[in-house]
Design a protein around this ligand. Structure first.
Ligand SMILES: [Zn+2]
Length: 131
């Protein structure tokens, strides 16, 4: 509770002005600073995602033809960060990310294809063996 020094009216403890005479009771709450946790309104070089590691991993594990462009774009993004071209670096990072997913998707399809092939081959072989 805050008692107004001007008129004696009792206001809420969080009241900014007296509801009776409009006398300022306390300092306005601090102006909200830069938002924390929200998406940044601008990017610094440290905030440009680096997909080089992911690109190399998908190239080795999943699909080399689709992994190569991912590595190229990731490297391009890093060199653009180095030259201060943040917008270009973000664009390249986005392409690297896309190619990572392409390579991962192809790798997953190929993997499923291999599994199906072996399952079919084994069941076919078993039938032949038994027949
Ligand atoms: Zn008052």
């Amino acid at each position: 509770m805050i008692t107004c020094p001007n008129c004696g009216h009792v206001n809420d403890s969080n009241a900014f002005r007296c509801t009776n005479c409009d006398t300022v009771l306390q300092q306005a709450p601090a102006a909200p600073g830069p938002p924390t946790g929200g998406p940044p309104t601008y990017w610094t070089p440290a905030q440009v995602p680096n997909y080089l590691a992911q690109a190399i991993i998908v190239t080795i594990l999943c699909c080399m033809p689709a992994g190569i462009p991912a590595i190229v774009f990731a490297a391009q993004s890093m060199s653009k960060v180095g030259s201060g071209d943040i917008a270009g670096a973000l664009e390249s990072a986005q392409k690297a990310k896309t190619w990572c997913w392409v390579a991962f998707g192809i790798g997953a399809v190929v993997m499923v294809g291999y599994v199906l092939f072996f399952v079919l081959a084994m069941s076919a072989g078993t039938m032949t063996f038994e027949g």
